[in-house]
Design a protein around this ligand. Structure first.
Ligand code: SF4
Length: 263
């Protein structure tokens, strides 16, 4: 009987050491926690449908109307030559064309070349342009870009985007304006007006100026590209206004895809 008891105790003790292992195993084998339940779909917020892309015929029609209304659109930044155009565009960042013109009329009367600008010197340039926002930094850039033009480009404004973009204060938009207005290249400078018009009309929607620029270049026929930039700027500045677009007098209101247009 005693034997029976010992052996049963032994068995118990051998069993009693087992649970650690099996507990470990149990931990290992325990099923993964149930995957989080997918959140309930929120009440559907319906996105407005993507506007139907413009057909080539519609884009042609829109620019034909712009051309008919204003065959030779002009930029509003006053300048005397490619150099003064470049300087005016650099000065126009975050400023109005009218404000820039007011300052540059007197400046360009005394300095219409890089050499004359250097002769004038940064301090005097600052005086001429002090009514324009960020004028201290802009005066510095005007002097630095004039130095670079003389040192590296024979005093001329270069004719490629890559070269213009190396000049202090000049970015892609500046390069596009200069190439278009000074050298007749088919570039599309996207400022705040062109960006708005490209998106609102649905002609070239994009999240960045570059996307809009490339979109417009893709859809606008070559015959309109020389002036397209000005037609779109003027359209944005005087008709498709940021806060209260004048849809009732808009030349392309039947083609525009903006869901909020007022006609
Ligand atoms: S219809 Fe209105 S929103 Fe559309 S382009 Fe014309 S002015 Fe702008």
């Amino acid at each position: 009987m005693a034997k029976i008891i010992r052996s049963s105790v032994g068995r118990k003790s051998s069993v009693s050491s087992a649970p650690r292992k099996s507990a470990k195993k149990a931990v290992k084998a325990s099923p993964k926690p149930a995957a989080k339940k997918a959140p309930k779909p929120k009440s559907p917020k319906l996105k407005p449908p993507k506007p139907r892309p413009w057909t080539p015929a519609e884009v042609h029609e829109a620019f034909s109307r712009f051309r008919k209304a204003n065959p030779e659109p002009k930029g509003e930044l006053e300048h005397l030559n490619p150099y003064t155009l470049l300087v005016a565009v650099v000065l126009s960042a975050q400023a109005t064309d009218a404000g820039v013109n007011k300052a540059t009329r007197a400046l360009f009367a005394v300095a219409d070349t890089p050499a004359k600008m250097l002769e004038l010197g940064e301090e005097k340039v600052r005086e001429y342009i002090k009514t324009i926002g960020l004028y201290r930094n802009k005066a510095k850039n005007v002097i630095a870009l004039s130095e670079k033009l003389i040192a590296e480009f024979g005093g001329e404004v270069p004719r490629t985007r890559a070269e213009i973009e190396t000049l202090p204060g000049a970015g892609r938009k500046t390069a596009n304006v200069v190439l278009n207005m000074a050298y007749g290249e088919h570039t599309m400078a996207v400022d705040t007006h062109v960006f708005r018009v490209g998106n609102r009309t649905g002609m070239a929607p994009g999240n960045t100026p570059l996307e809009v620029e490339l979109g417009l270049e893709k859809v606008i026929p070559s015959e309109f590209m020389l002036h397209a930039h000005h037609w779109l700027i003027l359209h944005g500045r005087y008709t498709c206004l940021a806060r209260k677009p004048r849809c009732e007098v808009c030349l392309i209101n039947d083609l525009c895809r903006w869901p909020e247009k007022t006609v």
